[in-house]
Design a protein around this ligand. Structure first.
Ligand SMILES: Cc1ncc(COP(=O)(O)O)c(C=O)c1O
Length: 385
């Protein structure tokens, strides 16, 4: 038999729950993808790129116009001084996360992962013979526990992974949070901060996304990763980017060039043209999705408060957690399967998103990046609870 490099990994919970939704023809509020299409203008820019641009390899770091306009965008929002040299276009944020971890983790190095978190962090560490060091965050929004983070740092710590706005916790990191981390890491400049910021444009109630790239004491050793899929309601495009200062981005690129070399050139040309158009016509502020998703959040939140589920109001992202302990004492996995069969709504159990799930966790995650009618139908079914 071949020896598995990831013996404990099965099929991700997202794929499992989406398959269940298809099988039962249920409403899928599980996996994080919209059921609506991207803006027509962006499709038109991409169509034109297909007709007019080159169909050969892009430069290794990505299309220069795209990297330039992205640097301008980040500088605009985060008051940074980035250039295109600080940006590498990747095949989605997931590839950027993998390359960042691969670039810095040597066998035996520890990576602090805030629990619960996005599911690709842990296997990417294991694949590199690193050691995941899970640190439990504080429910119900799973905000970071800085005392626990401090205690988890050892001589072997190489990376800490942060995700803001946070999936599945749905909190966002404030400037104060970042400054607390900078203080904790002030005598450990060898620790890289990998910041997953794919939901940067979805922050509610007037909050602002604060990037690690704007934080003194952290930005020199930071890698921030982003996803066009999340920003433009097109998760299937699988294009994103990594941002870091030198020399960090140079080490990142050494891995990136051998994982994918360069990303789909036509898509990059189309995205560059669209973002340039946005800059010149509506301004970068128009990329913000907060208002659009806040209406959906409020709709689902208000509806769930009228059931025996206890929703937790998200600060950002297009996810919402809910406590079901008033309804059932079954495990979250059993509960979501019952829910799918009984009322035809698929959600995600929270415990698979932990490395060390707490006992008796009675929480599920909804994705509300759905059309009004989908949410309406789901809410009608959920009101039976
Ligand atoms: C926190 C987080 N990071 C990264 C990703 C993956 O982004 P991409 O599809 O661009 O690889 C997701 C997708 O759900 C996510 O929720």
């Amino acid at each position: 038999m071949h020896r598995s490099k990831l013996p404990d990994e099965g099929i991700t919970i997202f794929a499992q729950m989406s398959a269940l939704a298809r099988k039962l023809n249920a409403i899928n509020l599980g996996q994080g993808f919209p059921d609506f299409t991207p803006d027509k203008t962006i499709i038109e820019h991409i169509r034109q790129a297909f007709l007019n641009s080159t169909h050969q390899y892009a430069p290794m770091k990505g299309n220069e116009k795209l990297r330039h306009v992205l640097a301008e965008k980040i500088n605009y929002f985060q008051k940074t001084n980035l250039t295109e040299n600080n940006i590498t276009i990747t095949a989605g944020a997931t590839q950027a996360i993998f390359c960042a971890i691969t670039a810095f983790v040597h066998p035996g190095d520890e990576v602090i992962i805030l629990d619960p978190g996005y599911d690709s962090y842990r296997p990417s560490v294991l694949f590199n013979s690193g050691v995941p060091a899970p640190v439990l965050s504080t429910p119900p929004l799973f905000k970071p526990d800085f005392n626990k983070i401090k205690d988890a740092i050892t001589d072997k710590t190489r990376i800490i992974i942060v995700n803001t706005p946070n999936n599945p916790g749905t909190h966002i990191w404030t400037k104060q949070d970042w400054e607390t981390l900078a203080e904790i890491l002030s005598d450990r400049e060898d620790i890289i901060v990998l910041s997953d910021e794919v939901y940067e444009h979805i922050v509610f109630d007037g909050r602002k996304h604060v990037s690690v790239l704007s934080i003194d004491g952290l930005k020199q050793r930071a890698i921030a990763v982003y996803s066009f899929g999340k920003t433009f309601h097109a998760t299937g495009w699988k294009i994103g980017y990594a941002v870091a200062l030198e020399p960090v981005i140079i080490e990142f690129d050494k891995i990136h060039q051998y994982v994918v070399y360069a990303v789909n050139n036509v898509m990059q040309e189309g995205l560059a043209s669209y973002l340039e158009w946005v800059k010149q016509t509506k301004g970068f502020d128009s990329l913000d999705q907060s208002h659009f998703f806040e209406k959906k959040r409020d709709f689902l939140y208000n509806a769930l408060t009228n059931t025996r589920l206890k929703p937790i109001k998200p600060e950002g992202t297009y996810f919402m957690l809910a406590d079901y302990s008033a309804l059932s004492q079954k495990s979250d996995m059993e509960f979501v399967i019952d829910l799918a069969h009984q009322i035809g709504v698929v959600t995600i159990p929270l415990s698979p998103l932990f490395i060390n799930p707490p006992e008796n966790l009675r929480m599920i995650r909804f994705c509300f990046a759905k059309r009004e009618e989908t949410l309406q139908q789901a809410v009608e079914k959920l009101s039976l609870l």
